[in-house]
Design a protein around this ligand. Structure first.
Ligand SMILES: Nc1ncnc2c1ncn2[C@@H]1O[C@H](COP(=O)(O)OP(=O)(O)OP(=O)(O)O)[C@@H](O)[C@H]1O
Ligand SMILES: Cc1cn([C@H]2C[C@H](O)[C@@H](COP(=O)(O)O)O2)c(=O)[nH]c1=O
Length: 214
């Protein structure tokens, strides 16, 4: 099938997907990738921490290193991820989907009491995605999904963490919108993962149409 997003433009698109732990990022990214591939796109799915050397280190150290040091490690991984994986693939026409990116960097380390202003400055020069997706969901539903699936990290085991994280995401979203990021929020409380993916795919088609007109 002929690609609708990138056929007549060499550059692809960079899309980040963030949202509370257990909201459904990985599941929705999987459906989104399938949808885009079926539409003829070249899709690259990635995540943060990345599979690069700094990402591997961050991943290994997340349970034992805390606060500012861990925030710096995640920011370093992000800069490296952009230069060595995201930008080259976008330049060759791929739609790059990152499961976690900057918004996670503005949220997760706040559980270790790192100030949002510090996190913002640390990440100030990272690549701006073509679309920044933030998943929203009722924190009680997120907590149920997390309990059913099981926690992935120490940030998810504190009672009430889903409520705290929802508030942190609101703050992150405000910063991103104020800085001019193209933010799409998708409420995935009641939508099936396929439906959330369809909303994002439709936004990407609209975005690619605009890109061609310019
Ligand atoms: N409507 C829905 N949309 C997305 N995921 C859902 C939905 N309903 C239930 N789930 C389930 O929620 C669980 C958490 O999803 P997933 O692992 O994709 O979340 P995540 O945001 O990537 O989590 P983490 O931040 O821990 O990596 C999974 O078991 C998934 O199948
Ligand atoms: C981008 C980013 C990630 N983290 C941590 C949070 C989790 O421990 C892992 C991600 O794994 P998951 O399966 O997607 O939940 O990375 C972080 O602490 N800070 C960050 O900026």
């Amino acid at each position: 099938m002929k690609s609708q997003l990138s056929s007549d433009q060499r550059r692809g698109l960079f899309v980040s997907i963030d949202g509370p732990s257990g909201a459904g990022k990985t599941t929705i990214v999987r459906h989104l990738a399938q949808t885009l591939i079926a539409q003829g796109e070249q899709v690259h799915v990635t995540a943060e921490p990345s599979g690069g050397p700094i990402g591997k280190l961050a991943s290994e150290l997340t349970e034992t290193v805390t606060g500012h040091a861990l925030a710096c490690l995640y920011a370093a991984d992000r800069y490296h991820h952009v230069e060595h994986e995201i930008k080259p693939l976008v330049a060759s026409g791929h739609v790059v989907l990152s499961d976690r990116y900057l918004a996670s960097g503005l949220v997760v380390q706040r559980f270790d009491n790192v100030d949002l202003g510090f996190l913002w400055q640390l990440n100030e020069d990272v690549e701006v995605p073509d679309l920044t997706v933030i998943l929203e969901a009722d924190p009680n539903v997120v907590a149920e999904r997390l309990e059913a699936r099981g926690p992935h990290n120490r940030f998810q085991v504190t009672p009430g963490s889903s409520h705290t994280e929802a508030a942190y995401y609101k703050d992150a979203q405000e910063h991103l919108v104020a800085a001019g990021f193209n933010v799409l929020t998708v409420d995935c409380t009641k939508r099936a993962a396929e439906q959330s993916a369809a909303i994002i795919a439709s936004e990407l088609r609209a975005l690619a149409g605009l890109a061609r007109v310019r």
